[in-house]
Design a protein around this ligand. Structure first.
Ligand SMILES: *[C@@H]1O[C@H](CO)[C@@H](O)[C@H](O)[C@H]1NC(C)=O
Ligand SMILES: *[C@@H]1O[C@H](CO)[C@@H](O)[C@H](O)[C@H]1NC(C)=O
Length: 300
């Protein structure tokens, strides 16, 4: 019963947000050039590769997704693709960065995670996130998913950085994987040397936390999150539940037009919030992409 209630509430909340006036000036939307769009491709393949099953911890083969990034050197991987999403860490000599990728989930499994009544806004764990403000709250399910692999991922990143003399870490993920990745992007800098360069690229990212979380991400992370056409997942959980997206949205209008949407939850129809005013106007088949040449999943 509560899940039906919340689902309806999500729909109402989305319409209410569309109707509310915007009281502050927005920077204008800019359209990405073809070459700006193409810079995403290696990261998109790595996000897609998050869906591939690790053969063993170190002997890990992600097939076509990794052949798209020749020279990639896996360092560690884990998860079981069921209760724990797959993840991998490796080093890409072309991009000269450590890559961290988390598996996402199919549209029919992410939808309940952001619409049912089982989640709530929760404080981050002070052991994993030392010194983080208690004003910051995140989706309890995403928090648990990130916590279940956090220390293994940190150890793998430390090993990759030291083995490859790297000081750059790039975190990628799609769907639930993007949510875990965003929390890892807050977590890892708290445990790695000052001066490490971080970059985060999320695809089909649901809302992960509250206003204080979004502000923290804006102030401390270099995040881009790509939203595709009428995918409803990035519009969930609803803003009326207290969830806010950080800045950094790039919205795919169609196969040739990507728009940079400045600010948090930009309401333009060229951005996710405006393109999908209610969940019923969304199209869940847009969740997996294509994001440029890549449709999310191991075999793409
Ligand atoms: C460390 O790097 C070398 C080559 O650069 C590679 O052969 C070795 O497997 C790496 N070890 C780990 C744990 O990644
Ligand atoms: C993409 O969207 C833009 C803006 O709506 C439109 O002008 C353009 O014709 C579209 N291109 C394709 C390939 O659909």
């Amino acid at each position: 019963m509560s899940s039906i209630f919340l689902f309806v509430a999500v729909l109402l909340g989305a319409s209410a947000v569309q109707a509310s006036p915007i009281h502050f000036a927005r920077q204008s939307i800019t359209t990405l050039t073809a070459s700006q769009i193409s810079t995403f491709t290696p990261y998109t393949f790595f996000a897609s590769a998050g869906y591939c099953t690790p053969a063993t911890t170190l002997a890990w083969d992600c097939g076509a997704n990794c052949q798209a990034n020749p020279g990639f050197m896996p360092v560690a991987s884990g998860g079981n693709g069921d209760s724990v999403q797959f993840w991998f860490v490796g080093y890409d000599p072309t991009l000269n960065t450590v890559i961290v990728s988390h598996q996402g989930t199919v549209p029919t499994e992410i939808l309940p995670l952001v619409t049912d009544g089982d989640f709530f806004l929760s404080n981050l764990d002070s052991t994993l996130f030392p010194g983080i403000s208690s004003d910051i709250q995140v989706h309890s399910g995403f928090k648990d998913a990130q916590a279940s692999t956090a220390t293994d991922v940190l150890a793998a990143v430390q090993s990759a950085m030291s083995n490859h003399s790297a000081n750059s870490v790039t975190l990628v993920g799609h769907s639930l994987g993007a949510a875990i990745t965003l929390l890892d992007s807050v977590y890892l800098p708290l445990h790695l040397p000052a001066g490490t360069q971080f970059k985060t690229v999320g695809y089909g990212l649901p809302r992960v936390g509250n206003q204080a979380f979004a502000n923290y991400v804006d102030a401390n992370l270099q995040l881009t999150h790509v939203t595709n056409e009428k995918d409803p997942i990035p519009t969930l959980p609803g803003m009326f539940l207290g969830f806010v997206h950080p800045s950094g949205e790039d919205h795919i209008e169609n196969s040739t037009q990507w728009d940079a949407c400045p600010g948090q939850d930009n309401p333009s129809t060229l951005c996710s919030v405006g393109a999908v005013p209610t969940v019923l106007e969304g199209d869940l088949t847009n969740h997996d992409g294509p994001y440029g040449p890549v449709t999310m999943g191991c075999s793409s």
